[in-house]
Design a protein around this ligand. Structure first.
Ligand code: S3P
Length: 192
């Protein structure tokens, strides 16, 4: 694809093509709550014929509790440890699209595990877009506060550096799910 920006990990990877192929066979979506990871992930998986996975769902299945319950009864640190456990269990998978919880990047260990598992895509969105998308939803414990916009801005600025470790960033403001999926396929899957 002439003129196309080549994702940095592919550009830098002059080595073993087997290694490259194994991580390119999974796509991982990271980004803030409400950035569209689940919807985009499901649609992307369908287009590629891959299996869709969501780390929050895997955590709920593993613990038998909802995310809200885990936060209120066991605490955020416990939740973060389960996230790491789930990521560790993903090693060796192939042809998956994995949507992750928005705070998964807050542990460095998790970023390393994600990098080993697949090609990482950051779905970026402004705090205002996020607020619009999550406004009417109630299942996110971290946003059950008096001023959600302030909380979104604060968490986002704490996490931005970690999100930017992704191989590809898609600015999703003003884009429909289908546009985002097309964008990913054009920019990432084309380089497989
Ligand atoms: C969280 C995001 C949520 C979920 C949990 C914590 C976060 O996932 O993992 O409520 O810390 O940003 P989504 O990003 O899918 O909403």
């Amino acid at each position: 694809m002439p003129g196309q920006e080549i994702p940095k990990r592919i550009r830098d990877d002059k080595g073993d093509s087997r290694r490259r192929n194994s991580w390119m066979n999974n796509f991982i979506l990271i980004g803030f709550m409400g950035s569209g990871k689940t919807e985009v992930g499901k649609r992307l998986a369908k287009r590629l014929g891959y299996t869709f996975m969501d780390t929050d769902l895997l955590i709920e299945e593993k613990t038998g509790k909802s995310i809200s319950d885990i936060f209120s009864k066991d605490g955020e640190l416990f939740f973060r440890d389960i996230e790491t456990l789930i990521l560790t269990g993903l090693s060796g998978i192939n042809e998956h699209v994995i949507s992750t919880g928005g705070g998964i990047v807050t542990k460095k260990e998790n970023i390393l595990l994600l990098k080993k598992t697949g090609f990482i895509i950051w779905l970026k969105a402004s705090p205002e877009t996020i607020l619009k998308r999550v406004g009417s939803e109630t299942h996110r414990p971290l946003l059950k506060v008096d001023n959600p916009l302030e909380k979104i801005k604060k968490l986002m600025s704490q996490r931005e550096q970690s999100y930017s470790e992704a191989d590809l960033t898609i600015d999703t403001d003003g884009l429909e799910v289908e546009d985002i999926v097309n964008n990913i396929i054009r920019q990432a899957a084309g380089w497989k």
